[in-house]
Each structure stands twice: as C-alpha cells, then as structure tokens.
Ligand binder design. Structure first.
Ligand code: NAI
Length: 461
C-alpha cells in the first residue's frame, strides 16, 4: 500500500491542474489516469484537436475562397486531409507531452490505469500490470464526462459517432448530419463544411446554442446559414441506422434523411462508471452528477470532486478553476470559484463568446438593466481584416452601472471576452470599461464603444 497526501482520479484539466497546484503547495500527489496521455477530453479529443482542425479548415476555406479583394489571386488550392489530421495529432502530442513534463517538474506520481475508490482514503489502480493499492488523506474525483446519446441511436464508433470520430474522419463526408446545435455540433459542422461536406444540423429546440444570449444566437444562425450550413430546428430525431456505407436519420413528423455520416452532439454526461462511489456512500444526483458543497467536498469525508463530473458548465477552464480552488481549500482552508465570471466560447467563424448573464436571464429575473451595443462593421480593424460580421453587447445594472454580462459575436470574440471577464471580476461598471484607453486600431475598441453605448455615448456609431 503506497501512501500519498492526495490522490486525484482523472488527468484532465480539472485533475492535472489540481495536481500541479497541490504539488506547488507542498503535497505528495498521485494522479491516476486511464489513458496513456494526460490532458483528458480537452487535450486528446476535445478543445485542442478541434481548434487545430478549425484553424486548418479556416485557412483552407479563406485561401480557397475569394482573396481577390486583397489583391491575392490563388489557383489550384488542394486539400491533403491526411496531412491536416497529422498536424492536429502533432499539436495534441506536443501539449500532452508538455503535461508529462510538468508532472515530472512538480514530482507528481502518475499511475496508469483505472482508479476505483474502495474505502475512505483508499483507491485501487487497475492497470495492465495488475492492481496497486494506494492510500491518502484526501481524494479528488476529476473523472470528467463522456458523450451522451439518444434513445434509438446506437453509436457504432464509425458512421454514427460523436465528436471523437468527427475529429478523425478519413475522408470528407459527402453529406454529414449533425444532431444538436450546441458548441460541439456547430464547431465540427463548421470544420467539415469548410472542407467541402454538405452539412445538415438537426436541433430539437427552435433555436441554436441554448444558454447563449438569444439575440446573439439568432444573429449566429443567420451567418451560419450564409456559410452554407443547413438547419432543421424544432426537429426530434427518433433513430439512426447504418448499413456500413451510409446512414438513415429518422425524424418525428418529417422525411428521413440519408447521409454518409452522423455526428451525435447532444451533450455530455458525467463519467462515474466503476468509480466505487457506493463504497463510500456517495450518491449521484438524478442526472448522474456527483453532488458537492461550496468547498467542492462530497458527502464522504475527505473526498472532493471537480469539473464535468459535478455538473455546471462543462468547460475545461471551469474545471481548472475548481481544481485550484479545491486544493487551496484543502491546504489553506479557503478557495473560491466565481461562477458568474466564467466565459463560454464557441470557436466558429465568427466566434461567439459570453460571460455573465444574458438578456434573457436578466428579463427572467426582472433585473433592470441598460444595454450598449457596437457592430464590428464600424470598427476600423475589423474592416481592415475583412471580418465585419457581428457585434459586442454590454449589459449593465440600470442603477449601479455594474457590468452584468457581455456577449460578443465577431472576429476573435474568444480573446475579446477576457477583458469583460476581468472587468466583471473586479466589479467594474460599464463607465469604468468605457474610460479605459484602448489601443487603436484594435478589435477591442468595439468593447470600449459598446461600453460607451450603454450610456448612449458611442463615438463611432
Ligand atoms: P450542448 O448541450 O451544448 O448542445 C446539445 C444540443 O443538442 C442542444 O442544443 C440540445 O437542444 C440538442 N439536442 C438534445 N437532444 C436533441 C435531439 N433529440 N434532437 C436534436 N437535438 C437535440 O452539448 P454539446 O454541443 O454536445 O457539448 C457538450 C458540452 O461540451 C457542453 O457543455 C459544451 O459547453 C462543452 N463544449 C464546449 C466547447 C467550447 O467551449 N467551445 C466546445 C465543445 C464542447
């Protein structure tokens, strides 16, 4: 039986970041990960490989599209999909290897295998070389989530797959059907559309991107349609079948669709399989998440949980914040996550980014607010780079002017939202943001102008 101060089950963004922080704080840390690569879904089959493919496919479509307005004439652009996929794998390898180095630097003990809690303070690792018994004062569960599917759909890991398969298609599908218009569905639809597939997105709701500001989502829908993505909203998929060469998607009350591949992107579910929760009396909630208190502690003494497995926004950076807060709480007695300032980003073109409350939420909660908006078409830098779709929206409390939410659709929205998140973390008003000098010519000036617009004082509109 090997003893550590802290055992972390799961080496994704929640787990590996918690491990590094705990090591920095002087703990003897063990991290158990099933996969040979650290980094979890985010690095292996999520955020990073999808961003690599989004970047490659965007370059391809920009170059293949019309660059003549820039005075650039291009002929004979060709796609080498194999090379594009290899580049994505190289990016992933470099980053997962980077975490290995961070573990070595911080002297974190890595166990390869499945971790299962067997009693308070006890975990068994089952790997290819048999079982190892570990013991620790504290345990953090950071086992993440796995793709969800729908009744009537059996994933075959090939034609009918999840985002994992959609990151490795060996050829561009003639017709790809995507079920679900959330972040995963839209990002992967964008990749394969740009590479030449015909793409149909089927969404159960009558809108895309549930949870995002609805006016921004409506604007996004218009732009995506212009890019050639087909949408069927208010559409209930009842089943998918495949003959190995193609697929048939059955829809309630509408004609079936025949296509080459189906991507199921209807959300993710917590990963608690074979974790041994019952051995310490932890009961999951009705959706399968591990309940925790404000210190990220479960109902079992000395056992904590962070990241996707506890629910909330299923985002790598939310898991990282929780990992750090949890460890600091264990070691120092305090640690905190401000859930109101966690940004969410969809990496389509244009990008869509959001922090704080949406207009829909403020209306629902009957909060009096003022709104300032600024379109990228009136921003000099957006004009110069030729990406003028979208706008910035700042929402501020009517009485105090404190910023309640920021929503951006437009070029580099994912980077621009950081400014609003920082402002909100410091309790800034829209006046504070508006009075900050923003360099010219930058896209960030649109954030300043939207802040000025809260008070009806935008200068360039
Ligand atoms: P999601 O929950 O964001 O979207 C799933 C969509 O599927 C929803 O619009 C839902 O209404 C729809 N849907 C559900 N049942 C359906 C049905 N029967 N027929 C048609 N549509 C149906 O889930 P998604 O996109 O799979 O992402 C999973 C998680 O990963 C999310 O929490 C997401 O935020 C996170 N993620 C974040 C990314 C980012 O930050 N850029 C990228 C990828 C994922």
């Amino acid at each position: 039986m090997t003893k550590h101060n802290l055992i972390i089950i799961g080496g994704g963004p929640g787990g590996y970041v918690a491990a590094i922080r705990a090591a920095q704080l002087g703990l003897d840390v063990a991290c158990i990960e099933l996969d040979k690569s650290l980094g979890g879904t985010c690095l292996r089959v999520g955020c990073i490989p999808s961003k690599a493919l989004l970047e490659s496919s965007e370059q391809f479509s920009e170059i293949k599209g019309d660059l003549s307005s820039h005075g650039i004439m291009v002929d004979g652009v060709q796609l080498d999909l194999g090379k594009m996929l290899k580049n994505k794998d190289r990016v992933v390898r470099a980053l997962t290897g980077g975490i290995d180095s961070l573990f070595k630097k911080n002297k974190i003990t890595r166990y390869l295998g499945r971790g299962r809690i067997t009693a308070a303070g006890k975990v068994t690792v089952s790997g290819s070389e048999g079982e190892t018994e570990l013991t620790a004062d504290k345990i953090i569960i950071a086992t993440g989530s796995v793709p969800a599917t729908l009744p009537g759909i059996e994933l075959d890991g090939d034609r009918i797959g999840t985002s994992t398969e959609a990151l490795t298609y060996g050829e561009v599908p003639g017709h790809l059907v995507v079920i679900g218009a959330g972040a995963i569905g839209l990002e992967m639809a964008t990749v394969w559309r740009r590479l030449g597939a015909s793409v149909t997105i089927l969404e159960y709701l009558d809108r895309i991107l549930p949870g995002m500001d609805s006016a921004i989502a409506t604007e996004a829908l218009k732009i995506f349609k212009k890019q050639g993505l087909n949408f069927q909203l208010g559409c209930k998929v009842t089943g998918v079948t495949t003959d190995g060469k193609g697929c048939t998607v059955d829809i309630d009350g509408a004609d079936a669709i025949h296509c080459d591949r189906v991507l199921v992107a209807v959300g993710r579910k917590p990963n608690t399989a074979e974790l041994g929760l019952e051995s310490v009396g932890i009961e999951t909630d009705k959706r399968g998440f591990v309940p925790v208190d404000e210190h990220l502690a479960t109902s079992a003494e000395g056992i904590y949980a962070v990241g996707d497995v506890i629910g909330g926004a299923m985002l790598a950076h939310k898991a990282e914040e929780e990992g750090v807060a949890c460890v600091e709480g264990i070691v120092n007695g305090y640690g905190h996550v401000n859930y109101n300032t966690i940004p969410a980003i969809v990496y389509t073109a244009p990008e869509i980014a959001s922090v704080g409350q949406t207009e829909d939420e403020l209306k629902e909660a009957d909060v009096a607010y003022r709104k300032g908006e600024f379109p990228f078409i009136a921003n000099g830098r957006a004009r110069a780079i030729g990406h003028t779709d979208g706008r910035v929206k700042i929402l501020a409390d009517e009485k105090t002017d404190r910023i309640l939410g920021a929503h951006i659709i437009g070029p580099h929205a994912g980077d621009l939202i950081a400014e609003a998140a920082v402002a909100m973390e410091f309790g800034a008003s829209s006046e504070d943001l508006a009075r900050c000098c923003h360099a010219h010519p930058t896209l960030a000036e649109a954030v300043k102008e939207a802040s000025l617009a809260v008070d009806g004082r935008a200068l360039h509109m």
